[in-house]
Design a binder for this molecule. Structure first.
Ligand code: FE2
Ligand code: FE2
Length: 189
């Protein structure tokens, strides 16, 4: 499916504000894809579609995972907003002709996963550092990106963990596992 068709479908499902976020993430994905030698068209599609399921009400999310045999864990059941990643991936593969690789980037965009692909990392970083987010340490983050994409992912996960600690909120174990994996293997991938 062409980028413009995907854009039109995503636009219908989201509020103006969220769609603008998706456009900004798409632009950041393109920027990062160019920087790291990845296909810009694929990165753009993943960027625009990543939050396609974000505004689905919680009960619909739980219904969707049940009807589509998507496995969920305790943390996701308690915090269904996290499910927009798994559901978004499922919708993108079934309705937007996304490959499994593209679906995985959407599935991994909120928590991270062990052994992230380059596309997973591009989307993960783009989602936190798109222009409208006003990411606090953007210059430092960009300097990390000049050194290694893994360092940038680790930095973002660190900030996420600290934020969850401040809020005394649960941390998804996938983020810890993703971080451990990157720490162990950084520079090797
Ligand atoms: Fe998201
Ligand atoms: Fe997002």
């Amino acid at each position: 499916m062409e980028l413009n068709e995907i854009k039109a479908i995503v636009k219908e499902k989201l509020s103006e504000k969220r769609f603008y976020h998706c456009e900004c993430v798409m632009n950041r994905c393109i920027e990062l894809a160019k920087k790291f030698g990845y296909n810009t068209d694929i990165a753009a599609k993943v960027g625009i579609a990543h939050d396609i399921a974000k505004e689905m009400p919680s009960d619909s999310k739980l219904k969707y995972v049940e009807e589509n045999n998507i496995l969920i864990d305790e943390i996701e059941r308690e915090n269904p907003t996290l499910l927009h990643a798994k559901i978004g991936a499922d919708i993108a593969i079934k309705k937007l002709e996304f490959s499994e690789e593209m679906g995985q980037a959407i599935r991994a965009h909120t928590t991270g996963i062990p052994n992230m692909s380059l596309l997973d990392k591009i989307l993960f970083i783009a989602d936190r550092t798109s222009i409208e987010r006003g990411f606090q340490d953007i210059e430092y983050l960009n300097s990390l990106l000049d050194k290694s994409i893994d360092e940038a992912v680790i930095y973002i996960i660190d900030k996420k963990i600290m934020l969850q600690i401040e809020k005394r909120a649960a941390m998804h174990t996938d983020s810890i596992i993703a971080r451990n994996y990157l720490l162990k293997n950084r520079g090797k991938i």
